[in-house]
Design a protein around this ligand. Structure first.
Ligand code: ADP
Ligand code: ADP
Ligand code: MG
Length: 502
């Protein structure tokens, strides 16, 4: 029985995992890099150990140091979160060898699914429809040309070890093929230390729809329905929702069965996600499996009514699943927005820096998973995700209205964020109608980014003017008049802002 869990991660996911452990009465151990001494997960954990310098390679990816911290603290289990070592078979194996429970699948299952080429082969053999393309790695340019001749353009050249939207190239033009092939290989080598690439057909008007699964050691596998993740930038999800507006009951049942079959094919244990690409004709193809907890798992938790981290721990303890497929249903609608410290108007460039002020949205139907606080400095070394905002509603419309309200309440100063950008998405017709695919951001480009004439300079100037006015009032008025009088200029400013298009 697990009693003490080391969380081999940082950021919002480390905080989120600690929360479930605490509810289960388990002790928690945090680990942190030198850049993360003041991070929230360090404060939340019962105890915490420094595992090395800021760069991930030397800390969050340093297996020896993490195992060292587990031994020192007497942790009997390790939860890897997402990213970092979560899909590293060596880490799962090492935990096993050290007698520490890895809260996740076996090294064998991770290897079978972690490498995208192997995963395609395994799924093809299990009868799951995969995206048409090669089942082996392509090393020669001649072969790449042959493959493209066979399957036709457009194609995606993908790194077998890819992840996080990195390591893939779309080729629409025969002229670009060779140069894209070369860059894809060198990028793959640089980013993942492995230059294996393969080629698959680019599915036009693609919808990314994935299924959450849970599998125990006793052969029970269930799915917890789908998540629609087609709002993406740079092949990475920004907004997720469940149920998917594209889904029909029969398609859900069919894809759910394939998701379960996929997990069974690799003797999977734990929580995992089967990702599919679906086109407008509702044809679907296996894309990849993520053998870990996913960034967007909270929307499933909300709609299905489970705590996926608790389920992971339950499974890791060797117990059979208590949830039964026939008892599960989707209740209402949930949306998640990923809040990034990034500048959407500048090609989504990450914006590390100090949070000077933060107001977090609350209220009915809103969940907030975050890790930053006032005065906290977002380090430049890691993913710029600072929080996730999840809204729930009885209907999709209520869920959207609630998200719009929550985004309105959410204020962060000090660093640029994508909050405004997300607010705009909540008002787009395509989104409101649920008619979108992964090209959504590109298609709505003209209305999603800040128009050029809306420089922030005039906004800054107006803010300074408001502040001067506020200071003058402070000197002028009586204390009992304070709230009314003092707030008005700011309110006015906010209200006029949209009218003036500042
Ligand atoms: P999800 O599918 O859960 O939404 P993402 O693809 O957005 O996950 O990745 C989640 C996190 O893991 C991100 O921080 C991403 O940068 C990181 N990540 C995922 N796969 C890899 C990989 N192969 N190499 C490096 N980082 C990765
Ligand atoms: P990662 O490991 O980085 O998550 P995926 O293979 O899951 O990589 O692909 C990420 C995203 O890239 C998908 O959600 C989709 O938007 C796009 N994509 C990948 N393969 C294809 C394809 N064959 N056709 C169309 N879009 C694709
Ligand atoms: Mg993926």
């Amino acid at each position: 029985m697990i009693k003490k869990v080391l969380i081999a991660n940082r950021g919002e996911i480390a905080v989120r995992i600690i929360r479930s452990c605490r509810e289960l009465g388990l002790a928690t151990v945090g680990v942190y890099s030198e850049a993360d001494r003041k991070a929230l997960h360090v404060r939340y954990a019962d105890e915490a150990y420094c595992i090395g310098p800021a760069p991930s390679r030397e800390s969050y990816l340093n297996i020896d140091n993490i195992i060292g911290a587990a031994k020192k603290s007497g942790a009997d289990a390790i939860h890897p979160g997402y990213g970092f070592l979560s899909e590293n078979p060596k880490f799962s194996q090492r935990c096993k060898e050290e007698g520490i429970i890895f809260i996740g699948p076996s090294a064998e299952a991770i290897s079978a699914m972690g490498d995208k080429i192997t995963a395609r082969l395994t799924m093809n053999n299990a009868g799951v429809p995969v995206v048409p393309g090669t089942m082996e790695k392509i090393t020669e340019e001649k072969k790449a040309i042959e493959v493209v001749r066979e399957i036709g353009l457009p194609v995606m050249i993908k790194a077998s070890a890819g992840g996080g939207g990195k390591g893939m190239r779309l080729v629409r033009n025969a002229r670009e093929l060779i140069s894209s092939f070369r860059t894809a290989k060198s990028e793959a080598l640089n980013a993942f230390g492995d230059d294996s690439v393969y080629i698959e057909k680019y599915i036009e008007s693609p919808h990314h729809i994935e299924f959450q699964i849970l599998a125990d050691r006793h052969g029970n596998v269930i799915h917890l329905f789908e998540r629609e993740c087609s709002i993406q930038r740079r092949h990475q999800k920004v907004i997720e929702e469940t149920p998917s507006p594209l889904m029909t009951p029969s398609l859900r049942e069919e894809m759910g069965k394939f998701a379960v079959a996929a997990a069974k094919a690799v003797n999977y244990e734990g929580a995992g996600t089967i990702e599919f690409i679906v086109n407008d004709n509702l044809e679907y193809f296996f894309l990849e499996m993520n053998t870990r907890l996913q960034v967007e798992h909270p929307i499933t938790e909300r709609v299905v009514g489970v705590d996926l981290v608790k389920e992971q721990i339950h499974i890791a303890n060797g117990f059979p699943l208590t949830l039964k497929q026939e008892d599960l249903c989707q209740n209402g609608h949930a949306i998640q927005c990923r809040i990034y410290a990034e500048d959407p108007d500048n090609n989504f460039m990450p914006q590390p820096g100090i949070i000077s002020q933060i107001t977090v949205p609350l209220g009915l139907g809103v969940r907030y998973d975050g890790y930053v606080y006032e005065g906290y400095e977002i380090p430049m070394y890691y993913d710029p995700l600072i929080s996730k905002l999840i809204s729930w509603g009885k209907t999709r419309k209520e869920s959207i209205d609630r998200m719009r309200r929550a985004l309105y309440e959410y204020k962060i100063t000090g660093v640029k964020t994508n909050i405004k950008f997300l607010e705009r998405i909540m008002d787009m017709e395509d989104f409101l109608e649920g008619k979108y695919n992964t090209n959504f951001i590109e298609k709505n480009r003209a209305n999603l980014f800040t128009p050029k004439h809306c420089g922030t300079e005039c906004e800054d100037m107006a803010l300074i003017a408001c502040f001067i006015d506020y200071l003058e009032k402070l000197e002028r008025i009586q204390p009992q008049q304070f709230t009314e009088e003092l707030a008005s200029t700011w309110k006015d400013f906010g209200r006029k802002r949209s009218v003036l298009r500042l």
